[in-house]
Write a protein that binds this ligand. Structure first.
Ligand code: G
Ligand code: G
Ligand code: NA
Ligand code: MN
Length: 254
């Protein structure tokens, strides 16, 4: 259990950090980037994953502020990797719904890119279907403005939200991330395999990218490659790791 006062302390004391989970192209196993994942370096409990505290940040209206920090920090780290010559990678950054609702997201992204002298093409912004529940006109406008800047938009946890298909024409999405619950059930149920196959085909026919998350076994990876899913992410390919360790991975991969 996490107390509000501890979270406020954490923000004040800069106890948050980002971990990076590698993303690979399935056709040739090439490392193409990473997803930035929030961690809390808790003074007593050690490194905590978002499952322990994200809901509290949301509940207490702190998520948009922490999200701004994630955006800045992620862009700064990506700029560092570029300076070290890793020009072929992209960083995926998660956006919370509150960051869209607050109304200054476009300016914040612009600011994070400008401050770090980072080209927009190196950033992918992930959002979930939750964002689409509210005020869709202004959300669509925000997404369009972000796309105009050159960042890519990725629909995370695809298939688990309230309506997976109807908004695909109105929201300018570049990428679908197939939720790991589908990937992990493919060995058990034929129906799940059919669903995953359909999602990949849906992405293909929309001309957008597909990403399989939660790949844990060679069989799951081989299956997604066979389906021509573009990218893969999961414990089998690489766990979330510190920036330092991801830098090592980049250097080994060159
Ligand atoms: O890292 P882990 O798998 O425990 O993350 C759990 C969930 O927390 C994931 O669904 C992920 O999208 C979300 N998450 C991780 N980092 C961030 C972040 O920086 N911002 C937001 N909004 N969500 C995050
Ligand atoms: O939903 P989101 O894309 O934010 O999910 C990212 C989260 O998924 C991270 O917190 C990460 O720790 C977790 N994750 C990444 N790969 C795997 C995996 O192969 N299996 C499981 N169970 N979780 C994973
Ligand atoms: Na994500
Ligand atoms: Mn996801």
């Amino acid at each position: 259990i996490v107390l509000l006062s501890q979270l406020q302390q954490a923000i004040k004391n800069h106890e948050f950090c980002l971990y990076y989970q590698p993303l690979y192209r399935l056709s040739d196993d090439r490392l193409v980037g990473a997803e930035a994942l929030l961690r809390w370096q808790h003074p007593q409990r050690g490194l905590l994953a978002p499952g322990h505290f994200l809901y509290m940040l949301e509940e207490h209206g702190l998520m948009a502020d922490v999200g701004s920090w994630v955006l800045q920090q992620g862009c700064a780290q990506m700029a560092t990797w570029l300076q070290h010559g890793h020009s072929n990678i992209r960083l995926s950054i998660n956006l919370a719904a509150d960051q869209f609702y607050r109304g200054n997201l476009v300016a914040e992204v612009e600011d994070a890119l400008r401050r770090n002298k980072l080209a927009a093409e190196h950033i992918v912004l992930e959002f979930t279907e939750t964002v689409l529940l509210r005020n869709s006109e202004s959300i669509i406008a925000t997404m369009k403005a972000l796309k105009m800047m050159g960042v890519k938009m990725s629909l995370d946890d695809f298939g688990t939200g309230y309506s997976s298909l109807s908004y695909l024409h109105s929201f300018p999405v570049d990428q679908l991330k197939i939720d790991r619950s589908f990937i992990q059930a493919t060995n058990e149920k034929k129906i799940t395999l059919d669903i995953v196959t359909s999602i990949v085909r849906l992405a293909q026919s929309l001309g957008i990218q597909s990403v399989a998350e939660g790949l844990e076994t060679p069989e799951q990876k081989a299956l997604m490659k066979q389906l021509n899913c573009d990218y893969g992410q999961g414990y089998m390919l690489g766990r979330p790791m510190s920036a330092e360790n991801f830098s090592r991975l980049l250097n080994g991969d060159r």
